[in-house]
Design a protein around this ligand. Structure first.
Ligand code: URA
Length: 451
């Protein structure tokens, strides 16, 4: 890009001011002062200094605007004042609003030039939550609250998705919705027999309106806000475009990661070996058999892999029958899926015996249409094999399968199989949470979020 544009984009001044500064020798490129405005530079490689200070190029910029009433959410308009015109002083000409607020609506509007992020935030399938403060014509009734929470007929093909309603004051509610239909909030409130008199957006995904910003004011997002927005746009999935749900077992469907850590310690203790602290990561994704082979080699275990596996199974048997709970909300979610005629599968690197043991312990015998284990598929995750085999057995194309996974190789396996993947929080992988969110399409803390 041209040197003067580069500095202008970084807001070092107006184009004409910057040109003067370049002519006056205030700018150097790779250690040499240049006086050429139109010098072509590589913004990612060249070292540009302005008044002796290094300039770091930012491709994307992010502003939080407190949209005032009376402005339209557009980049250009022949008659009305646009939100983009409010950010004139930002010195960028490539900003656009992420989504729309009605002309009379106030509140949080993200302004950026980051198209991919805007797409993530607005894509209907992502269901990013938006929270509005609504002043109503009349106090909300319990019936109105319940209808909004269940889904409302606003004249579209389907009811609106369930909204969360909190009563803030008499005649004032906070409404959280996960769609972005035209005039959605006003139409929802009208459909239940009330009326919105004033509307203000206070949150979008993980981004909250800064209470210090008055209507018409704006500020840049902090690095922390940008990261939060990026990672937290991974939201809960819907089951609308899904025919099958496939669960990883350990850490995803059942809370069992602690079992294997305990068994590893107890097992290695038998041979007088202290497990290395990163053992859990070293194993991650390997099939049961692969792990046994790995243990034999790494710790010089005299027994054959078959014997090692038999010992582990014996040790795990007891714990899986009596001590391993389902992940929070998993039982109710399985019931919900069955009621909605979704096929259900399990694809795990664990052994068939233990899977059958733990699902029986929770009364889930017969709930799964397919169980793929290390017995059928020896190649471990991140290879997609086990997920592809499960989809095949369920008779569902991979694109219509939704996978629940708690570890990175598992998420990678589901994605490599061409499936939608929802990362599941688990204590054992908490240090990799950001990466899990980044790799997966969705993220849940527990299954209750899906009910
Ligand atoms: N819903 C509305 O009705 N108006 C807005 O501005 C945003 C959501």
């Amino acid at each position: 890009m041209r040197l003067d544009k580069f500095l202008c984009d970084l807001q070092y001044g107006t184009r004409s001011g910057i040109r003067k500064d370049i002519k006056n020798g205030l700018v150097s490129v790779n250690g040499t002062v240049t006086r050429k405005n139109d010098l072509q530079i590589d913004e990612n490689r060249d070292e540009i200094k302005y008044c002796g200070k290094r300039c770091i190029y930012r491709k994307y910029v992010y502003y939080m605007l407190h949209k005032p009433a009376g402005t339209v959410s557009a980049t250009e308009d022949r008659r009305e004042k646009t939100v983009v015109s409010l950010l004139k002083d930002a010195g960028r000409n490539d900003l656009f609003p992420v989504g729309r607020l009605d002309k009379d609506t106030e509140g949080l509007l993200l302004m950026t030039n980051d198209g991919p992020l805007a797409h993530e935030l607005l894509a209907p399938g992502k269901h990013v939550e938006k929270v509005y403060e609504c002043t109503l014509a009349a106090s909300i009734t319990e019936e109105q609250r319940q209808t909004l929470a269940q889904g409302v007929d606003i004249g579209e093909k389907r009811l609106t998705l369930p909204a969360k309603v909190s009563v803030l004051e008499e005649k004032k509610i906070a409404l959280a919705i996960t769609e972005g239909k035209y005039h959605q909030v006003k139409r929802m409130v009208k459909a239940v027999g009330n009326e919105v008199l004033y509307l203000k957006r206070i949150r979008m995904g993980a981004l909250f309106l800064d209470a210090k910003l008055k209507p018409g004011e704006y500020r840049e997002l902090t690095e922390e806000e940008i990261t939060m927005l990026r990672t937290h746009t991974r939201t809960v999935p819907t089951l609308d475009d899904v025919d099958a749900v496939i669960f990883d077992l350990d850490g995803s469907l059942v809370d069992s990661m602690w079992v294997w850590q305990t068994i590893d310690i107890e097992y290695l203790n038998r041979f007088g070996i202290k497990p290395p602290p990163d053992l859990h990561h070293l194993i991650g994704g390997r099939s049961f058999h692969e792990t046994a082979v790995y243990f034999k080699e790494l710790f010089q275990i005299p027994d054959e892999p078959e014997q090692i596996k038999a010992d582990w199974n014996r040790m795990a048997w007891d714990k899986y029958s009596r001590e391993v709970p389902l992940k929070k909300g998993a039982g109710a979610f399985i019931t919900f899926c069955r009621e909605n005629r979704l096929k259900l599968g399990i694809a795990t690197s664990n052994s068939r015996e233990l899977v059958e043991n733990v699902i029986a312990a929770h009364g889930l015998n017969g709930s799964f249409d397919c169980i793929m284990t290390s017995r059928e598929i020896t190649k471990g995750k991140p290879a997609p094999d086990i997920y592809l085999a499960a989809a095949d057995a369920l008779g569902v194309v991979p694109e219509r399968c939704l996978v629940f996974e708690d570890i990175i190789p598992g998420i990678q396996a589901g994605k490599a199989a061409g499936m939608k993947v929802c990362a599941v929080f688990d204590d054992a992988s908490v240090s990799q949470d950001a990466e899990k969110r980044e790799l997966a399409d969705y993220y849940i803390h527990d299954f209750q979020e899906l009910l």
